[in-house]
Design a binder for this molecule. Structure first.
Ligand SMILES: [Zn+2]
Length: 249
């Protein structure tokens, strides 16, 4: 059999049967929900971008700062190799913690991402004589040394982030490809939610209509008009209630 002819035949069959598809307010509501879910997908993706935030710890480096015998500020990581010699005799300066997190916003894909958001906190034993610039240099050296052993971490990225860290967190820019992806993911989810709501409304409407029909039937069985409850047993000729005009059949 000619495949093109078969294809045209099935197309005609589909068109023939599609024409007979009944359009009720419910099927129309479903159609609109399908379109509206796409339109609402973008604001939903943007909402997820502002409210859904995941921070995964990449590494935490805590250590000590001290002033060495040449009067320079130096430091070392507490949980790493390479404790500098003679630090026990050196004058303690303080403690520090460098926390590097992978910050992601949005769902399910990250529409914004900072792969190495760095936070630094320093606790000085003596607030007097603090030199913030020197502290940062010393801590940077410790971080550099500590990450040399960690092949799983992008050391240069962390150091760049450390240099850029100013204390105030700034959000990375919006990645439009990921936002578009999140919008497309939001679409079927919103459509599914909309469909469930419409289905529940349809069921509720059906139950109500069924209850009304049952009530009407019971009134008519007792010989009463379902609208005004006028007795209509004797009415043999009119299809309407003589009192209120309600159709009786
Ligand atoms: Zn009536």
């Amino acid at each position: 059999m000619n495949p093109i002819r078969a294809l045209l035949r099935s197309k005609r069959a589909i068109e023939y049967h599609s024409a007979r598809t009944t359009h009720t307010p419910w099927t129309r509501a479903m159609g609109w929900t399908f379109l509206l879910a796409l339109v609402a997908g973008l604001p939903c993706a943007l909402l997820a971008d502002s409210f859904i935030h995941r921070a995964t710890t990449v590494v935490v480096i805590d250590g000590r700062l001290f002033v060495n015998d040449r009067g320079q500020l130096d430091g070392f990581a507490l949980h790493g190799a390479g404790t500098p010699e003679g630090w026990e005799q050196a004058r303690p300066y303080g403690e520090f913690a460098v926390t590097v997190t992978n910050d992601a916003w949005g769902w399910p894909s990250a529409s914004r991402e900072d792969p190495a958001a760095t936070q630094l906190s320093v606790k000085r034993f003596d607030a007097l004589g603090a030199n913030v610039g020197r502290e940062r240099e010393a801590i940077r050296r410790v971080v550099d040394r500590a990450l040399m052993l960690r092949v799983d971490i992008d050391r240069r990225l962390v150091l760049a982030s450390f240099d850029a860290a100013t204390g105030t967190r700034k959000q990375p820019p919006l990645e439009l490809i990921h936002l578009a992806f999140n919008t497309l993911i939001a679409w079927p989810i919103l459509y599914a939610i909309g469909s469930v709501v419409i289905f529940m409304a349809w069921v509720a409407h059906g139950l109500r209509a069924h209850a009304q029909t049952t009530h009407r039937r019971s009134l008519r069985a007792r010989g009463l008009c379902p609208a005004c409850r006028h007795r209509v047993d004797g009415n043999l000729w009119s299809a309407k209630c003589p009192e209120c005009g309600e159709p009786l059949y």
